[in-house]
Design a protein around this ligand. Structure first.
Ligand code: PLP
Length: 453
């Protein structure tokens, strides 16, 4: 049977739209001018045709990068809000949606145990991290930002945008920050903020937060947790004991970044930055007294570096969290647990197959693996061929370069190219992936045989 998109929510949208217009019924009638409407069907047909040129991100056989469809309610609520098109820069531009943003963001903060916080939505994780590092730079002028070699590349680039010096801390063979190396760098007193990644984008690894927080007690730096991808997993009930311990300490960070558009079922354009101390709001606006920012009447535009922001993104997030509250044991949490189960299932089957090497047991829902080969170069070439062959068979994977030291079983090349192994990578971030692990393995097996020919 052919794939079909869910369309029933279009009816729910039309119904909600009729409800929305009731609120404005007292207004005198006015005909909206939207030129060209009669040509719209034809252009929309062209739009649909153009959009066919995409990988099927919404389908379980897309098991590559960090992409998943928004929940239908997020899509519908976002669309509904665009009839008003509120701007969450200030209450004047988006009264209801600003209130909804504050509520939804407080629920995210509550996930980490924060009863008070300062925070808001951003266009994405990059902007959210930029604000967190900007605040760190303002509070610790001239000091360095430290992040691991496996942290998102954005931190290095953001530091350069902000004019802050940056140090890269090596990662261990599980893709986690090497805290011995961090401790050594801290000794000089040059580091003002450590970025701890809770769920690296590459391998889903969790930096050792307990150790980083112990070092903070000694050396007094700020801790920014980049949980853009991993943050929601704090709701999952099936993490390893070590991963759970890190998540339980997340609330001790000075700031946290989470992307609702990664694992929060939102369309793109929805990141979130949270500060534990609401007082950092004073940094955003010099002439406002500290207390202004703790009052209930803050204007989101006064605590955000971005000015205009889509109220629709806040409405979509609010609606999603109303439908699927951020609770351990709830339906939303079960979705995350199922993704992790899928990743564990795939990793286990790969590790049991002598053709594959799985260097890191999945902590969240990312699996990385490489074909066993007699050299780093041959393993990398084979990964590339398997990746291409799998795509031809309709299975879409991703590629990642990992240090050769992660693969003691693959001999380093004597001459060149022994520094990194090109590996296969799957982010199994759709709960549907769980039922598709067998099919994914069948296609991978076929792709391996194609690549070996
Ligand atoms: C995705 C991601 C980012 C960047 O976020 P965008 O929403 O893509 O701007 C930063 N850090 C981590 C850990 C990520 O996974």
């Amino acid at each position: 049977m052919a794939m079909e998109f869910e369309k029933d929510t279009l009816d729910a949208l039309a119904k909600a739209l009729r409800e929305l217009e009731k609120g404005f019924a007292p207004l005198p009638e006015c005909e909206a001018r939207a030129p060209g409407l009669e040509r719209m069907p034809e252009v929309m047909r062209q739009v649909a045709e153009h959009l066919q040129d995409n990988y099927p991100y919404f389908h379980p056989l897309y098991a590559g990068q960090m992409l998943k469809p928004p929940h239908p309610i997020a899509r519908a609520a976002y669309a509904l809000a665009t009839w008003i098109n509120p701007n969450n820069h200030a209450f004047d531009g988006g009264r209801a949606s600003s209130a909804m943003e504050r509520e939804a963001v407080a629920e995210i903060a509550g996930m980490f145990g924060w009863k008070t916080h300062l925070g808001h939505l951003t266009s994405g994780g990059t902007m959210a991290n930029l604000e967190a590092l900007w605040v760190a730079g303002r509070l610790q002028p001239g000091k360095k930002i430290a992040a691991s070699a496996q942290a998102h590349y954005t931190h290095h680039r953001i530091a350069s945008v902000l004019g802050l010096p940056f140090v890269e801390i090596p990662a261990d063979a599980r893709g986690r920050m090497d805290t011995k190396a961090l401790a050594a760098r801290l000794a000089s007193g040059e580091i003002g903020c450590v970025v701890a990644t809770v769920g690296t984008t590459g391998t889903g690894s969790i930096d050792p937060l307990p150790e980083i927080l112990r070092l903070r007690d000694r050396d007094h730096f700020r801790v920014q947790v980049d949980a853009a991808y991993g943050g929601y997993f704090t709701l999952a009930g099936n993490l390893s004991a070590e991963t759970r311990e890190a998540f339980n300490l997340l609330g001790q960070a000075d700031s946290i970044v989470v992307d609702p558009h990664k694992h929060g079922l939102q369309p793109y354009g929805c990141g979130c930055v949270l500060f534990r101390d609401p007082g950092v709001g004073a940094l955003y606006k010099h002439d406002s007294p500290y207390t202004y920012f703790t009052s209930a009447e803050l204007h989101l535009g006064e605590i955000s570096l971005e000015c205009s922001r889509p109220g629709a993104a806040a409405v979509a997030l609010w609606a999603t969290q109303k439908l699927l509250p951020l609770e351990p044991g709830g339906e939303f949490a079960r979705g995350l647990e199922t993704c992790r189960e899928a990743a564990l299932g795939l990793a286990k089957r790969l590790a049991a197959d002598s053709r594959w090497l799985v260097p890191i047991a999945p902590e969240l829902d990312i699996v990385v693996w490489a074909p066993r080969a007699s050299s780093v170069r041959l393993a990398s070439e084979l990964s590339q061929r398997i990746f291409d062959a799998a795509a031809k068979r309709g299975l879409h994977l991703a590629l990642i370069r990992l240090p050769g030291s992660y693969f003691p079983a693959i001999p380093a090349d004597s001459v060149e190219n022994n520094e990194a192994v090109l590996c296969l990578r799957s982010v199994l971030m759709k709960p549907e992936h769980h039922e598709w692990v067998n099919r994914i393995l069948e296609l991978l097996d076929a792709a391996y045989r194609d690549a070996k020919l």
